[in-house]
Design a protein around this ligand. Structure first.
Ligand code: URP
Ligand code: ZN
Ligand code: ZN
Length: 482
């Protein structure tokens, strides 16, 4: 009689720290054993393949409600399809607050929508209005329900928080036990630069990058870290676009601040020059912060190598190029200020990172696994259930052909968005099978999962988000509620 429901046999298992030939035995949706000669009721032959943990994408926007009404085109079904096609089995997406409103009702609505997901999922709660009701009543309930991370924006109308509101959120996170993730760009500096550019007739997509240079990302990152340090609250800096910004994180970590940083494939392989394509084409590459240049990308690879940045997420935020509600919602002559920001990347994240990272010799496969699965799982309280291959972990696996050469097309991404910014890129390394909690949900590009088969991941308190206990002289943690 077989010992396991499923055995993935004869592959090279890649964990965050090791690579070795072994079988993986799965029982009841979990990894039950890693060893040699395992016997299962079913066996998948993984000879010649890497067997890696399913990707954990800790920053992607799916079916997000928009202030003007409606929701992102990418639904939990289409977003899940793209994720599974690309080897990702868990996502953390967002629940948004609109100014003047609470956070309990939107979270209930996102939970209702996400019930269709085919990947496992959690949420970051976006706070755009740090009212007393939200800070003292609703936020503790949201966090207690397992949504143990918040996102704040230091820029963007109508999302941005001023420093005092940001401090209120940081203090509330400290009291309730949540990690705060931060979009760091200087709100007033962008508005000032944007007004000047538009007054000068500089309206094309490429001026998006001119309106928000790296220095204003660096300033906001420095400020976010300083305010978090003052309150002794752990934070993660989202979508770091260049090494100057990463340097702020590195300096703060050296003095013991609990701050982590994420980057995304768009900052590693795209650049501001992509926004300078003819006509409206540059809009396809517009995201914030803006992609920089080749030197910045090379510097970012080094920060990944050195561990200064330790997560690579997609920041999937899809706006179709050809549809009236997408990038051209305000017309193809819209000034850069009025073009929606964000690029799709759920399905592309792993192939781009593997090809540019592992296949090009910038990192080994263990480092790849850490960046795309283990570290995001650890940082957001999902580890060791997610992000590794070890007995007891969920059997979320991606079987990877490290030699397969593929030209990226939008069709291969399997998202609802009508383009990919990586169109035409040749990658070496491709996911051939995705397994979620022991179930084969993608094989040779065919995604077969039931809508609603994804599970909500309620996150319990965990050590990494505990404050350090070091507060500046005279600062009383119990006197926070202001
Ligand atoms: O341009 C971006 N990054 N759009 C998504 C929203 C965000 O700021 O993460
Ligand atoms: Zn952001
Ligand atoms: Zn984002």
């Amino acid at each position: 009689m077989a010992d396991y429901d499923l055995v993935i046999g004869g592959g090279t298992v890649v964990t965050p720290s090791d690579m070795f030939r072994a079988d993986v035995g799965v029982r009841d949706g979990r990894i039950a054993a890693v060893g040699i000669g395992l016997r299962g009721e079913r066996t998948i032959d993984a000879d010649g393949l890497l067997v890696m943990p399913g990707g954990v994408d800790s920053h992607c926007h799916i079916e997000q409600l928009q202030p003007a009404g409606g929701a992102d085109e990418e639904t939990f079904v289409t977003g899940s399809t793209s994720a599974l096609a690309g080897g990702t089995t868990s996502v953390i997406t967002f629940s948004t607050q609109f100014k003047g409103h609470g956070i309990l009702a939107p979270l209930a609505e996102y939970r209702r929508r996400a019930a269709q997901a085919m990947v496992d999922y959690s949420f970051h709660q976006i706070i755009t209005d740090a009212s007393d009701e939200v800070i003292f009543n609703e936020l503790p309930q949201v966090v207690a329900s397992g949504v143990r991370s918040l996102k704040v924006f230091l820029t963007y109308d109508p999302l941005h928080l001023d420093d005092r509101q940001f401090l209120r959120v940081l203090a509330a996170a400290r009291r309730t036990g949540a990690l705060v993730t931060v979009h760091c760009e200087n709100y007033e500096a962008i508005r000032w630069r944007t007004a000047a550019l538009l007054a000068d007739g500089k309206t094309a997509p490429k001026y998006h990058a001119w309106s928000r240079p790296a220095v204003i990302e660096r300033e906001a990152t420095h400020r976010a870290i300083a305010l978090a340090e003052m309150v002794d609250q752990p934070i993660q800096i989202f979508h770091v676009s260049c090494p100057e910004v990463a340097e702020e994180i590195s300096r703060a970590r050296a003095r013991g601040v609990k701050v982590w940083g994420e980057t995304c494939p768009q900052y590693l392989v795209l650049s501001a020059a992509d926004m300078d394509r003819p006509g409206f084409e540059g809009a396809k590459f517009m995201c914030s912060p803006a992609p920089r240049d080749a030197a910045a990308s090379e510097g970012l690879w080094k920060t990944l190598h050195d561990g200064v940045l330790d997560v690579v997420s997609s920041d999937h935020s899809g706006w179709s190029y050809g549809t009236p509600a997408g990038k051209r919602v305000n017309g193809v002559d819209a000034p850069f200020r009025d073009i929606p920001n964000g690029v799709p990347g759920l399905g592309a994240r792993l192939p781009i990172m593997f090809s540019e990272g592992v296949s090009k010799g910038r990192m080994d496969a263990c480092a790849f696994v850490r960046l795309i699965a283990t570290n995001p799982a650890r940082l957001f309280g999902l580890y060791p259930r997610k992000g590794t291959i070890a007995p007891g972990a969920d059997a979320d696996l991606v079987l990877w052909d490290p030699k397969r050469v593929v030209k990226v097309t939008n069709q291969l991404m399997q998202h609802v968005i009508d383009y990919t910014p990586y169109d035409g890129m040749e990658v070496t390394g491709w996911p051939v099978t995705t397994i979620r909690r022991g179930e084969v949900v993608m094989r040779d590009g065919i995604v077969q999962a039931e809508p609603g088969s994804g599970q909500f991941l309620a996150r319990e308190p965990y050590d990494l988000i505990k404050p350090t206990g070091r507060l500046p002289f005279g600062f009383d943690a119990s006197a926070f509620p202001v």
